[in-house]
Design a protein around this ligand. Sequence first.
Ligand code: AMP
Length: 390
Amino acid sequence: MTKKILLLGSGELGKEFAIAVKRLGCTLIAVDNYNNAPAMQVSDSRETINMLDGHQLDEIVEKHHPDIIVPEIEAIRTERFYDYEKQGIQVVPSAKAANFTMNRRAIRELAAKELGLRTAPYLYADSFETLKDAAAKIGFPCVIKPLMSSSGKGQSVVKDTTGLEKAWNFAKSGRGDSTEVIVEGFVKFDYEITLLTVKQHNAPTLFCPPITHRQQDGDYRESWQPAKMNPEFLIQAQEMAKKITDSLGGAGIFGVEFFICSDGAVFSELSPRPHDTGMVTLANTLNLNEFELHARAVLHLPIPEIKLLRAGASAVVLAPEKEILTPDYTGVEDVLNDSTADIRIFGKPQTHSKRRMAVVLKWGTIEDDPETLKNQARKLADKISVIEKK
Ligand code: AMP
């Protein structure tokens, strides 16, 4: 049961996953492209490589002989995963899931064309000229996203043709090694949810109660659970999540994102790993948080049930625009003086503009209104400042 895990990506989500698997006695090698990344601080050993470089990946796989490879980010040469799987290494949740979700095109084609899930209208473009055509066909407003990116990186909403050039240049500056973009029709949703979906090995797929979140600049600011939603739309979302996770295969947690419109759920995207908005589960909203669920699913351990214990909320703390070389934090006492709040400081060694540095957690009873908790979490998070250590 105690496995050797190679964790590819060592951010805040990786750190919590590392803690969860360490608690189950596993050995962990944390990998990222910079030293002292959050998960490295709680792992047995570390490697600093460029994960988009297949040779560097091969070298560390060869060196460590892991039982399991757990990707925490998208920007990895995931094509190599098929080979690792053939070598008998378990890739989480599966080589196909990690490879498909790295590129928005693969996952969109699977969702919309193969499985017939409801999505926003979309087209692809690989040059400024084709982008203009695509946007004209989709109509305005539209959303432009690099194919190889996630969580709003390089993404913009364009109101009319005058905004296209800026959006194209912004998308090109996004993460990953593709310059292609997807142009999506703007969905006028009432709210959006993350449906944490736990695909198990030889056991039924389980769903966490839905999480609602607020995004700004394409990035999550607060999330709260459980989302109050039309039960019919929740069933639609669960059915879509089951379909697509079954098609991707393997075992692990997936963050499946939906727009909820007045007439039902629209599939947006999915990540085959714990989701940033799922950090709300660190407020012990459930009997097992999303990282513990992922750990159990990955290790093929039982998950007898997922139970909502209380309502909760999370609010992120961002770094200021000016870079900080040795971050320190003020206002932590204000959070900890609240007996129903807590903070997770990720321990990132330095900041860049708007980098996510910590998350504030706030909880109530199962009857409490999660939206009120969200407002309280935001107020507490706003008391935290990231400053240069004296
Ligand atoms: P993504 O990186 O695709 O998850 O997008 C990040 C966020 O941008 C989403 O959570 C939405 O808030 C917003 N967004 C993305 N695509 C659309 C769309 N087609 N219509 C409206 N909002 C969108």
